[in-house]
Design a protein around this ligand. Structure first.
Ligand SMILES: Nc1ncnc2c1ncn2[C@@H]1O[C@H](COP(=O)(O)OP(=O)(O)OP(=O)(O)O)[C@@H](O)[C@H]1O
Length: 245
């Protein structure tokens, strides 16, 4: 048998399994008023290294969607796959473990602890995560994450001495320090001026260069345009607004 005969056929690589796949996801809010369908059949696929912006009017359900994806809440119907794993109805104990191992979160408010330095705030994210790390390693990783955000020189500063944009970059470093597969950002520039917001969006987008999948909820069309795909949430469903590749 010749070498040519035993060489396997070379064809197109099989499509990679998405990081997450939501199919027909529904969520109805049942408060004191009439039940109201907020999500009404949401389909969403996110791949490694992909960035997606979610736009939609206020109250359309963007934060609700992000909290389902981040496992703070559960869908009423449909299916949620994380890789190959069906996590549609995951019990809270398992959800908490996945939240800390798979996801990084960035919110409009920075939620930094005021009495800790920037480096300590970032290192805190590794205290309760899976896999214990000695203090020296936590510190080194926190410094590396701050360096990625271009703010290593602010490591010893406490939040009250930092600008809004600097605080948000500390918060992003905190989200990235555990190497999440998926980064969820809910209006992370909502409290920032345009120029500072651009720096923050670029810092988030840069995480996708290292394979992270990013979902950015925003009202800012310019920030959305920096993502690879823009989806619009309207009447409970997501649809593409524009495809940029
Ligand atoms: N826990 C809750 N109980 C009852 N209603 C809720 C709850 N959380 C959100 N809602 C309602 O669900 C709808 C969707 O809210 P959500 O925060 O997801 O929208 P959004 O698109 O993120 O809005 P915004 O752009 O203003 O942040 C809103 O009408 C909101 O009032």
């Amino acid at each position: 048998m010749t070498a040519a005969q035993i060489t396997p056929e070379v064809g197109p690589a099989p499509p990679a399994t998405p990081l997450i796949r939501l199919t027909g996801v529904t969520k109805t809010l049942r408060g004191q008023q009439q039940p109201r369908a907020i999500l009404d059949g949401v389909d969403l696929t996110l791949h490694s290294g992909e960035s997606i912006a979610v736009l939609g009017r206020s109250g359309s359900g963007k934060s609700t969607l992000l909290s389902l994806i981040g496992l703070f809440d559960r869908a009423d119907g449909g299916q949620y796959l994380l890789g190959d794993r069906d996590i549609t109805r995951l019990p809270e104990r398992k959800a908490a473990a996945l939240r800390s191992s798979e996801f990084g979160f960035v919110f409009q408010r920075f939620f930094l602890l005021k009495h800790l330095t920037a480096a300590q705030n970032v290192a805190m994210a590794m205290v309760n995560g899976q896999g214990w790390l000695p203090r020296r390693k936590r510190k080194a990783r926190a410094m590396a994450a701050l360096d990625q955000m271009g703010i290593a020189h602010l490591a010893k500063h406490k939040p009250p001495r930092l600008s809004g944009g600097e605080q948000q970059r500390v918060a992003i470093a905190r989200a990235l320090v555990r190497d999440p597969k998926i980064l969820l950002a809910d209006e992370p520039t909502g409290a920032l001026d345009t120029e500072t917001g651009n720096v923050v969006v670029e810092a988030l987008r840069a995480a996708t260069d290292r394979g992270c999948g990013l979902i950015l909820v925003t009202h800012d069309h310019d920030h959305a345009a920096k993502m690879q795909r823009i989806l619009h949430l309207d009447h409970g469903t997501l649809s593409p607004m524009e495809v940029r590749r």
